[in-house]
Design a protein around this ligand. Structure first.
Ligand SMILES: NC(=O)c1ccc[n+]([C@@H]2O[C@H](COP(=O)([O-])OP(=O)(O)OC[C@H]3O[C@@H](n4cnc5c(N)ncnc54)[C@H](OP(=O)(O)O)[C@@H]3O)[C@@H](O)[C@H]2O)c1
Length: 422
């Protein structure tokens, strides 16, 4: 099988190393030799290409008659998308790790692959080395999935773990993540929830047979989570994780990325640092947890290679799950979830009762609460409550009513509470 790689960065470097190290094993498993013909990228780095040709002309790869499979490892949307489209149209199979193009153009790209009778491999696009795409499209193909809950952004998980384990402030944890190479110089894509939204759009399409639709994912970042929130959450029996959640309800499919309180004894609570994990809840197995490195050159290249070997063996084509009938993707307003509320108030008698009344007026029951006894110097105390599940719209109205109380002297902070059942 003759391969060309576009991009010569972290993942391509891992792939080149694995191709070199395991050439013989791969030939046995794939039942053919994987031959690297060409590599294209902007910069010619000092990497051993093992005799493959190097070119700066990325798009030329799609027109080569001596290449069967294009591996797109550039990232970005413009040129990468054009290369993948041209390659598929030219009758070449494609492996890509590019979640950004899949989350938006996945339907079109899979249709293009089908039309030209070639394969599109996307194992590396979500959760790095974790084989979650194969799990959803093959191993669990017979199961009816209720819910996908993922820790799918290592940067966010590293920051929240550092805040939780070492009491670090958000800014300090982010700076440490950047110095260790876990976070980009511009971290907004990660901490703002965009990266996880891309991955969730892909997982949701495969788990529920709905379109790839990044635009329909509700995304909220972790920048407003404070060390106090983490402390109060722990007192109430929870930790805070940045989750990507897609869930089937009677009304349709929810898709949302946001920080959430999860029970300390849940499977996902034990996933810390840069590690990733995806929990699948389905009607046959109950709950499964897929855990491992969500990034890194070699780990991600493992997923790329699995697609390449699958292509060579002819068991490669991803067959999308059909949902049967059209299932709507739900807006965040249609979500029902419990909430943690941190309400900064003036320390005076009757405030807690007033808050409880407002929540009750909006049909919201309190499950747990923390009320600090003594005010700090400025007479402000936080009242913290965890509620029962309630429709998003009721919670929005209740938070607005709480915010309008004269005794409330700062922004009411709200974080959703999730019980993923595992
Ligand atoms: N890194 C991970 O752990 C990881 C995990 C899962 C998925 N992914 C995905 O894998 C893909 C590659 O990620 P990466 O971390 O390997 O990226 P990277 O280290 O930034 O490497 C990207 C490579 O593509 C080249 N490139 C980018 N834009 C180009 C253009 N317009 N024309 C020509 N060459 C171009 C870059 O050239 P220059 O060196 O000149 O910039 C570089 O060689 C992305 O889609 C990413 O989301 C990465």
């Amino acid at each position: 099988m003759r391969i060309a790689i576009a991009g010569l960065g972290t993942v391509a470097g891992g792939l080149l190393a694995l191709l070199r190290e395991s050439a013989q094993n791969l030939a046995v498993r794939a039942d053919c030799r994987l031959e690297l013909i060409a590599v294209a990228s902007r910069t010619r780095r000092d990497v051993d290409l093992g005799g493959a040709e190097f070119t700066h002309d990325v798009l030329s790869l799609a027109g080569r008659d001596d290449v069967d499979v294009i591996v797109e490892l550039m990232g970005g949307e413009g040129l990468a998308l054009e290369l993948v489209e041209r390659a598929l149209t030219a009758g070449k199979s494609v492996v890509t790790a590019n979640k950004a193009i899949l989350a938006t153009h996945g339907d079109r790209l899979f249709a293009l692959a089908e039309r030209h009778n070639v394969a599109l491999g996307i194992e590396a696009s979500v959760a790095g080395g974790i084989p979650i795409i194969a799990a959803l499209t093959r191993s669990l193909v017979a199961n009816s999935i209720d819910r996908v809950t993922g820790i799918i952004n290592g940067t966010c998980n590293y920051i929240l773990s550092a805040m939780s384990d070492q009491g670090a402030k958000f800014e300090d944890a982010l700076a440490r993540a950047q110095s260790l190479g876990y976070a980009e110089a511009d971290p907004r894509f990660d901490v703002g929830g965009v990266d996880a939204a891309h991955k969730l759009a892909i997982l949701t399409a495969l788990a529920f047979g709905v379109p790839f639709n990044k635009a329909a994912v509700y995304a909220e970042g972790i920048t407003a989570v404070t060390p106090d929130d983490i402390t109060y959450a722990r007192e109430l029996g929870y930790c805070i994780k940045q989750l990507g959640i897609s869930r089937r309800t009677a009304k349709g499919i929810e898709m949302r990325v946001h920080p959430a309180l999860i029970p300390l004894d849940s499977m996902l609570a034990s996933v810390s640092g840069v590690m990733n994990a995806v929990q699948i809840n389905d009607q046959a197995t109950g709950a499964l947890l897929f855990y491992g490195p969500g990034a890194g050159g070699r780990a991600t290249a493992s997923s790329v290679l699995s697609d390449l070997v699958s292509f060579a063996r002819g068991d490669s084509v991803i067959r999308r799950r059909q949902s049967g009938s059209a299932v709507p993707l739900l807006p965040i307003e249609a979500v029902e979830s419990a909430a943690y509320l941190r309400i900064p108030v003036i320390d005076q008698p009757g405030v807690f009762a007033r808050i409880a009344t407002i929540l009750s007026e909006h049909g919201i029951s309190i499950e747990g609460a923390i009320q600090r006894e003594r005010a700090i110097a400025d007479h402000k105390v936080p009242i913290v409550v965890v509620t029962q599940p309630v429709p998003e719209t009721a919670m929005n109205k209740a938070v607005a009513a709480l915010q309008a109380l004269p005794a409330v002297v700062g922004t009411v902070r709200r974080i959703r509470v999730e019980h993923a059942g595992g």
